[in-house]
Design a protein around this ligand. Structure first.
Ligand code: GDP
Ligand code: IMO
Ligand code: MG
Length: 440
């Protein structure tokens, strides 16, 4: 049962899409288990860029099966758009792409409520992607959600939509002062989507279990990152799903005993989109330089990403939250022009030194990061293909990070392209009980 979780360790956009695509060459099934089209996963193959929001990033490999699991929230219009553009680009999906009938459907009122709630939050707004993610997960928890399996059953869908819409229109009109939505419009639009999506629906949990039983290698593709986790992130500046590796169990229907290892995707510096705490943020020209050199603009909303130094305090917390067994480091090439690079190794909170990541939002206002400075490598890394190709200062930076996090860096990404990747240690050989023998 070789099943591995690939998960973002920071605030999202670590390069999960690129690495899932890369590692899919060694896998048979790729499963998305949480999140929705708030995610934007970029894959570059032979110079051609594909941005995926819902469909697993393994889809560009012929013959690989991809599953969207029960823990996700799906906007049917976006899903159909993605299906169409993949087909047009020469990536057929029929017979190898499957959607869980238990995944929840994002409805027009979810998107309306998402933006209305942000307006109500005013200066405390979260900076959501506006895709209706939070309201859809809230309805799921409130047992008011509509699932894909409901959508494809016209009578059931009409019944559920009628009841929910009456309630949602009450909120829209009476609480938020917005015009109501019309049942007939939504019903007709969504029945059209249902016809297109019906052939892809399945009992995804059963499929995953069959793959586990057949000893197939499964990759669970996380969306967002550890610090956006609903429970463990910088609440309330988080997304509405369980983004840490434990989310796989509920979101794909497997037990913890089915998971062999957790591959953490770690960017060589830190970025964040939207509002919320970011202790190592650089609001100066250097931050701007990282944004430009790293092309740090959201793959979903196009918003500029906030940029800052590598934060080992945050990452140590993330490593534990996820049970991380291997690190894939991305975007080390972006730091190539810098004379020196910094790693945050501790925080000063109200003058007191700590290596613990705070749990309360109020503590972040008082944080002062404590940095360790290391020489930069001043060399383009994009042509490096082996550990020994990397300049000595880059190797030392990576080794220091391994030391601080206690987890080996197995793979190093030096550019967006599939081939711009260095294999150092096979991440699939590492489990919670087996450590790596890394070359010095
Ligand atoms: P994800 O959400 O974690 O899949 O990450 P995104 O796709 O949103 O953002 C990562 C961005 O960095 C994308 O534009 C990728 O093409 C790009 N990228 C991934 N790995 C590397 C890398 O090692 N170097 C550089 N320069 N770009 C990378
Ligand atoms: P990937 O998978 C970066 C952020 C939003 C906002 C917060 C809540 O590409 O790494 P939401 O719309 O989810 O309610 O927004 O979470 N956010 C992400 N930031 N990458 C993502 O996904 C994100 N998905 C959500 O910017 O701050
Ligand atoms: Mg992204």
């Amino acid at each position: 049962m070789p099943a591995y979780v690939i998960v973002g360790m920071q605030w999202g956009d670590e390069g999960k899409g690129k690495i899932v695509d890369y590692l899919t060459q060694y896998a048979e099934i790729v499963v998305r288990h949480q999140g929705g089209n708030n995610a934007g996963h970029t894959v570059v193959v032979n110079g051609r860029k594909t941005v995926l929001h819902l469909i697993p990033s393994g889809i560009l490999h012929p013959g690989i099966s991809c599953i969207i699991g029960n823990g996700t929230v799906l906007d049917p219009a976006v899903l159909i758009q993605e299906l169409d553009s993949l087909e047009a680009a020469g990536y057929p999906t029929a017979g190898r792409l499957f959607f869980s009938d238990c995944a929840h459907v994002i409805m027009p009122y979810h998107k309306r409520l998402d933006s209305a709630q942000e307006r109500f939050r005013g200066k405390n707004r979260i900076g959501t992607t506006g895709r209706g993610i939070g309201p859809c997960y809230a309805d799921k928890a409130d047992r008011m959600g509509i699932r894909l399996g409901d959508l494809v059953n016209e009578a059931l869908f009409a019944d559920k939509l009628g009841a929910v819409l009456e309630y949602k229109n009450g909120v829209l009109e009476k609480v938020l002062g917005e015009p109501p939505l019309q049942f007939d419009d939504i019903f007709a639009e969504y029945c059209g989507y249902a016809d297109r999506l019906r052939p892809y629906l399945t009992d995804a949990v059963h499929m995953v279990h069959e793959a586990v039983a057949a000893d197939k290698r499964i990759i669970f593709e996380g969306a967002q990152g550890a610090m956006l986790d609903l429970d463990h992130g910088t609440y309330p500046y988080v997304t509405s799903s369980t983004t840490v590796s434990g989310g796989v169990c509920a979101g794909a229907g497997v037990g913890p005993t089915n998971i062999n290892g957790v591959i953490g995707i770690v960017k060589a510096y830190t970025t964040r989109v939207g509002e919320g705490p970011f202790p190592t943020e650089l609001t100066d020209a250097l931050g701007e330089q990282l944004r430009t050199q790293g092309n740090e603009f959201g793959a979903t909303t196009g918003r500029p990403r906030r940029c800052g130094w590598f934060d080992a305090v945050q990452l140590r917390r993330a490593a534990r939250l996820n049970g991380m067994t291997a690190i894939v480091m991305t975007k080390s090439d972006v730091l190539s022009t810098l004379d020196s690079v910094k790693i945050c190794t501790a925080y000063k909170v109200r003058g007191i030194l700590t290596t613990d990541f705070p749990t309360g939002i109020d503590a972040f206002e008082q944080i002062e990061p404590v940095y360790e400075e290391m020489p930069g490598w001043k060399q383009n890394l994009s042509g490096c293909r082996s550990w020994s190709d990397l300049p000595e200062p880059a190797r030392r930076y990576i080794q220091r990070i391994e030391e601080l996090l206690g987890v080996p860096v197995c793979t190093i990404s030096v550019g967006p392209g599939r081939e711009e990747t260095i294999e150092r240690v096979d991440p699939f050989t590492l489990t919670a009980s087996r450590r790596a023998d890394v070359p010095g």
